[in-house]
Design a binder for this molecule. Sequence first.
Ligand code: NAD
Length: 304
Amino acid sequence: MSIRYDGKVAIVTGSGQGLGRCHAIELAKRGARVVVNDLGGNVDGSGGGSEAAQAVVAEIEAAGGEAIANGANVADYGQVEAMVQQAMDKWGRVDILVNNAGILRDKSFAKGSLDDFKLVLDVHLMGTVNCTKACWDIMREQSYGRIVVTTSSSGLYGNFGQTNYGSAKLGVIGLMNTLVQEGAKYNIRVNALAPTAGTRMTEGLIPEEAFALLTPETVTPAVLYMVSEDAPNKTIICAGAGAYAVAKIVETDGAWLPPEEQTPEGIAAHWDAISSPEGERQPEAGFEQTVKMTGKAMEGLGID
Ligand code: NAD
């Protein structure tokens, strides 16, 4: 195994089962000391209990690894701070944070409640914000950090009944995009996982044959790569069943319209050119859009 995490400390949220459990176990196998965080409870976020996290710690220890269990609710900043302090007290550093904890409250937008919407945002988006915030200064001071946020095809592309979940899952991409810029000079890299896996979250939703192929073990290597020394940065890796891909947010080159055509009718008339994928690219930062638009305008208006 050439990619290893000896001397590194990792926190994996929601790692009492499913994908998180597999990430934690594999990190520990490759030398990381791991905080196995899990609030316990049901897929809809109700209930709780620390048994799942403790069982994963026992599994890691039985294989000769080092881990501690933690029952923090990622949506509660006080509990998250205490979790990070627990890692600092025990091991004195935090190098890797895998934001994985999550719940579902699926309902169509028409039928769903705002309370459910807020809860899902709280766990996925604020949970990721809380854990990242609590580790951020430590990683800056160490000049080393590898963070993974867990997004979803639901956030990237939409999924019926998942407005709350999809909003939260695209929210973590927005968080990543700017963290990457603010963390660059501290050697902090932030990437995103868009998994598709057979876990209790997807049980009954995926045909049995596919479920058997979509094991967490086929997804975890993408996380291991994204938290390695030579990790990419600002990359969304899609992973499932042993297949890996990259998702990108791109912008078409677009078209500048003369003043008399800067109308809805003008946009309709030039829609093919505006939306053409030819020349589309993935901007590295938001300001690139402003530079491109003004550049096109200056060219169109003949301004040097
Ligand atoms: P899972 O239900 O098996 O695991 C999620 C874990 O998070 C559970 O152990 C749960 O107890 C824990 N958790 C929930 N709320 C928590 C909180 N507030 N604080 C701490 N822990 C909490 O689900 P999974 O499929 O392994 O999902 C893991 C992550 O991957 C989630 O973020 C999920 O949204 C995402 N995801 C999964 C799939 C998939 O196909 N399974 C697809 C896209 C995204």
